[in-house]
Design a protein around this ligand. Structure first.
Ligand SMILES: [Cu+2]
Length: 352
């Protein structure tokens, strides 16, 4: 019912505007075209000022409404740097936006058509060209330089003491591999991948693989105030490790290892108290549309103290031990299998 009322209202508004238009046409005939034109001109000039004021008020209202809701609290130093870059960009572009819009609307009002004033034309001004090219160029160069510095911060070589964790995207979850006691991840070979007992294709001839731990529930455990380096890869299509609370994202590309590093500064427990949300979790969102289960490809980052992390890792079994309880080497994958399409990719093809 309310939909009909709204449609009827819209139609009514159109009819009113149409009738006003017609009435002003008659007025032109009755009162003389020049006079009506001058009146309309004044009215439009004034309305433009009103529009400017309404627009600014709308922007302010949006700002008030969304205050504190746009981005979650940054939980690492580089995230804070990104936030300040965001703030300065908004300030600079905001000032330019306000100034240009104000001048645009004010000029319309101030220099509305008048019979008492002759127009002044000038075709070119080198001085103006230099001013409005140089100032934005310098401002943009500064903003880009800050952006590059922040980008370098997250993609530069990680500190020596960083924990290395591998995160591999697959349709449709994240596989996370931690080096075991030897602190080194073993070699992988995509030809050795099989979902039964070697989800990441660990090469069992490499002894570094024997103690590697693989978490298949999408939980990435990291230690607070300790740098963590992510080795990012994919098992099938392109995914993207999106970490909104750490202001980072990086594509997970099959066959290429991309990296990111950061130092989390707030534990999950502290964040629960900070946000007042007992269910708070740091999210890993797949930021690349990767198939029909993309929406469900959500992981979590658990930021914890060193003691909690040590306790957690001690409770984990290595992937090798969990899948080969007898201790025997994992059977090699049958050759025929390696060319068979994976179940999920078949599903994806059938979508088209
Ligand atoms: Cu994905």
């Amino acid at each position: 019912m309310s939909v009909f009322i709204i449609i009827a209202l819209i139609i009514l508004v159109f009819i009113i505007i149409y009738q006003i238009g017609k009435a002003s046409e008659y007025a032109v005939v009755l009162r003389g075209e020049e006079k009506v034109k001058a009146q309309a001109n004044r009215a439009i000039a004034l309305l433009l000022l009103v529009m400017f004021a309404l627009g600014m008020w709308g922007i302010w209202e949006c700002h008030e409404m969304l205050k504190g809701r746009l981005l979650p609290t940054a939980a690492c130093k580089t995230g804070e740097n990104y936030d300040s870059m965001f703030k300065y960009t908004i300030i600079v572009t905001g000032i330019v936006f306000f100034a240009t819009q104000f001048v645009l609307f004010w000029f319309c009002f101030r220099f509305q058509q008048s019979t008492k004033r002759a127009s002044f034309y000038f075709a070119h001004s080198n001085k103006l060209e230099i001013i409005w090219t140089t100032i934005p160029a310098i401002a943009m160069a500064i903003l880009v330089a800050i952006g590059l510095r922040n980008w370098y911060d997250v993609t530069s070589p990680a500190p020596q003491e960083a924990t290395v964790v591998e995160i591999v995207g697959k349709q449709f979850n994240w596989l996370i591999r931690y080096p075991g006691k030897d602190h080194e991840l073993g070699k992988r070979d995509f030809r050795k991948i099989n979902d039964a007992n070697n989800v990441l294709g660990l090469d069992w001839s490499d002894p570094h693989n024997m103690d590697d731990i693989i978490s298949q529930n999408g939980e990435l455990h990291v230690v607070v105030n300790k740098p963590v380096k992510l080795l990012i890869c994919s098992r099938d299509v392109i995914h993207d490790v999106g970490l909104p609370h750490f202001r980072m994202k990086m594509d997970a590309v099959p066959g290429i290892t991309t990296t990111l590093w950061f130092t989390p500064t707030i534990t999950t427990e502290e964040m629960k108290q900070k946000t007042g949300n007992p269910d708070f979790v740091y999210e890993i969102a797949c930021d690349q549309l990767c198939g029909k289960g993309h929406y469900s490809m959500r992981g979590t980052v658990i930021v914890q103290s060193q003691a909690d992390y040590d306790k957690w890792i001690a409770s984990q079994q290595s992937y090798y031990a969990a899948n080969n309880p007898s201790g025997a080497p994992a059977p090699a994958r049958p050759a025929a299998d390696s060319t068979a399409p994976k179940k999920d990719s078949v599903k994806l093809v059938s979508m088209k």
